[in-house]
Design a protein around this ligand. Structure first.
Ligand SMILES: [Zn+2]
Length: 71
C-alpha cells in the first residue's frame, strides 16, 4: 500500500521500471564531463529554470541529465 511520492528531493536514478523516462527519451551523453558541460550551458541559457544534474544510466551505459526539483 505504499505510494511513491512524486517530488523526491534528489533526482536519483533508481533503475526500476521507467527506462523510457530515464533513458530512451532523453539526450544521451558519452560521459559525465559532457553531461555536466551541457548542464552548465543550460544553466546559462535558461537561468530561470531549475538546474540539471547528471546521472549514469544503467540501461545504455551513458549519462543523462535530470531536472532538479524545487521541493
Ligand atoms: Zn540511458
Amino acid at each position: 500500500m505504499t505510494r511513491r511520492r512524486r517530488g523526491s528531493p534528489k533526482p536519483i536514478f533508481r533503475g526500476l521500471d521507467f527506462e523510457g523516462k530515464s533513458c530512451t527519451r532523453k539526450v544521451r551523453f558519452a560521459n559525465e564531463r559532457e553531461a555536466l558541460e551541457r548542464a552548465g550551458y543550460l544553466a546559462v541559457a535558461h537561468p530561470t529554470e531549475l538546474g540539471k544534474c547528471a546521472y549514469a544510466c544503467e540501461f545504455c551505459g551513458g549519462w543523462h541529465l535530470a531536472t532538479r526539483r524545487a521541493d
